[in-house]
Design a protein around this ligand. Sequence first.
Ligand code: FES
Length: 258
Amino acid sequence: MITQDRMKVTGQREIANNIFEMKLSGKLVGEIACPGQFVHIRVSDSFEPLLRRPISIASIDNEANEMTIIYRAEGRGTTLLSLKKEGDEVDVLGPLGNGFPVEETSPGETALLIGGGIGVPPLYELSKQLTAKGVTCIHILGFQTADVSFYEEEFMRLGETFIATVDGSKGTPGFVTNVMETIGNNFATYYCCGPMPMLNAVQTAYTDKKGFLSFEQRMGCGIGACFACVCKTTEKADQEYVKVCSDGPVFPAGVVSI
Ligand code: FES
């Protein structure tokens, strides 16, 4: 159930250049149904900036009633968020969206998880849940440069992990597609989150595989009411348009027109 919660900041640290990991606790955590869902955060009680910021959920700890979000401080809203300290409260709406279908990969199968930049965080909880049910996970994480890369060790603890950086400062030089060319097709399912050109390159490379793409889209309301996040679909869909916030952000590959 979508909940509005004043969540308590239980941790905040910069894990890469301008990339922050924040831990939040509150009753909303118990409502999160699956990895890939996101929250909509109002960063200031003064209503300035007015709009909430959509941020994906990187990790869920139900026992501690705590979730982790990872975000890039780039505009006024997320920069204000990065100044929050332990003990502060933030107004959080969520969980929103549909999330990744963990059930589409069976125990004993292999899943390929591909993330780019700030699209990497939701894959972490996804990988935790897939590995917990006996799925082998292979991760390909793409970043612009080494100094904005993060969570390599966390992913390595869950499975084989490859890094690509556009400037070649870490891992394979280039894009996630450069790594994809080297690892073969020995997986059952792929899950991908990142910028549109990356989603397109991945689904084009794996037309014969079952895949799920999580879209990053500008958002207004986050709950399906304002149409700010509408995307056109392909002939594979049974409706002409979808709202990324409420119909997605995760769609089967080939359904949203890229
Ligand atoms: Fe308002 Fe999606 S953000 S409908």
